[in-house]
Design a protein around this ligand. Structure first.
Ligand SMILES: [Zn+2]
Length: 213
């Protein structure tokens, strides 16, 4: 009993991050590195979607963040939760492979089977034609929305702008949509913390260096 770490009290900021700039990246970022308090180097990987109710909560917040009206009503089940976790693992290894510029990117069976939950529907209204990807049961499908976001990023994104946070204690993934394309940290807190740490260790080093006579 006594050795069990109460994650909630030790690490108060268990909020979901929506800094990835893409729904699929934000899903991947629910699996995060968290620094261990009092330790400079050690991190542990924390799964913010530890059960079905957490996934439901994440999804409700994601719908607000991404303007997915109507999708909040998606009926999560243990089965769809399992698919969500499998999709997240697959997307993580794909995005990490792209960031590391690996030549052998993984195959994506879960992403492809999720994309197969829908298809394009072409509609005409007068002279205008719209093309929309809809689920086979014609209801908002959370998994399909995430898979489409991933596919859109792969198809139309500049993948050289896909990064992981420079903070080795964070490693959240994000798409850099800044004009200059020089974003290094997932959010200002990571940048500020990294700079504060740098200053701290630099001043420590100075203390330990005996003054030259
Ligand atoms: Zn970060």
């Amino acid at each position: 009993m006594g050795t069990e770490v109460n994650i909630e009290s030790e690490l108060p900021t268990l909020d979901f991050l929506f800094i990835g700039g893409n729904l699929a990246l934000n899903l991947v970022n629910t699996w995060r590195n968290r620094p261990i308090p009092g330790s400079r180097q050690n991190v542990h990987r924390l799964d913010l979607l530890w059960d079905l109710s957490r996934a439901e909560l994440w999804w409700r917040k994601a719908c607000v963040q991404h303007g997915l009206t109507g999708y909040e009503e998606f009926g999560w089940s243990e089965e769809s939760f399992e698919i969500l976790l499998a999709l997240r693992a697959e997307l993580r290894s794909l995005f990490e492979g792209i960031i590391a510029k690996r030549a052998d990117l993984p195959r994506m069976p879960v992403l492809n089977s999720t994309l197969a939950r829908g298809s394009f529907v072409v509609r005409t209204e007068g002279a205008s034609v719209s093309r929309e990807y809809v689920s086979h049961d014609d209801r908002p499908d959370a998994l399909l929305a995430i898979a489409l976001a991933a596919a859109e990023l792969l198809a139309t994104g500049d993948l050289s702008r896909l990064h992981d946070c420079r903070s080795d204690r964070c490693l959240a993934l994000f798409y850099d949509s800044t004009k200059s394309g020089t974003r290094h940290w997932c959010r200002p807190e990571c940048m500020n913390r990294a700079r504060a740490r740098e200053n701290y260790w630099r001043s420590k080093e100075r203390e330990q260096t005996p003054p030259s006579e």
